[in-house]
Design a protein. Sequence first.
Length: 390
Amino acid sequence: MDLNTDRRVRQYMSDRQGGMNRVIEDRFRNFLNDMGMQNAYSLGFPMAKDFNYGFLANFLELPLHNLGDPFAEGHYGINTKVFEREVIDFYARHFRAPEDDYWGYVTTGGAEGNLFSLALARELYPDAIVLFSTAAHYNVPKNCHLLRLDSEQVAVQSSGEIDYDDLAGRLTALPGRPIIVVANIGTPMTEAKDDVTQIRRVLQEARVTQHFIHSDASLSGAFLHFSDYAGGFDLAHGADSITFSGHNFIGAPMPCGVVLTRKSLSERVSREVPYIGCADSTLGGLRNALSVLCLWFAINQLGPAGFESRFRDAETKAGFLQAALCDVGIPAWLNPQALTVVFPPVPSELQRKWQLVSDGQHAHIVTMPNTAMSLLDEFVNDMQGFARAQ
């Protein structure tokens, strides 16, 4: 060890004994202030911010990790699997899974849930082709590429919902082929919903006997049961798997979510792992144990009534924003039972200020339960100024 390295090591040890290094402390403080400013004006991405998981600080000194199947303990005892099972039980009821035939786990979010479900479907139907709409999240074609699954995109209606006639036409051109359909239960751009019951009808009419339907309910899955939506999206409607992201509508400091399927299907990919002392059907094996605590806390703190109240609040704000934008000359719209207000693209300075999502044709804001009305008023004023400058 040279003298410079030795000096740095001694300084590091001194800092550990005497508190955080001042340079590190300043760096973190400045970064925290910057992130606070970014957080104040973030309206384009669906991220609830009204959470407080301060209790997690008590767990940061533990090497908490969830290894393998959440329904089996295994060798490693420093885990939150007992809470993970309760989270899965709650959402099994929420998504109306068969009482004696469900399985799932807490994921890093909707993208992992999509990847797991596509991998599961591939195990069931190795020669299948995946059909999803042009409005699907970009992780769907990405995951098909990673899994080397054949795929085709299906046209959409003006709302962003899948075009069932185009879906039927594509099935006609694929006679005898196993079919995997990814249903968007809230597309990323317009929050349009593909009706699982209609998708099943189209598959039946095309006489497709080998099929798997996955519901990508990343945003809407957390609240759709509390809305007036009459379409199909859950396991009772005919989905074989469903996923949603917990950091969106519920809120969490780290990406998280849940994927749910039938146990009889998950067992097809389950493998005993002697190293960890239990079976594993999950995608990564090792999972974030703290996100489990966040979801469990939210479920038990809010309950179904609390989630419904959050949805009604956010839905009211979406309606207000859409009407207010129309009043100042911005042609804004939103799909039924949605929190996503869609409008034409805006100048780059407004896009940066409000961190708006845009696909070149539309931009949008997703109202969350925590979205302050004063913030929406400020946004409308900004848009009014933009409209006048046109």
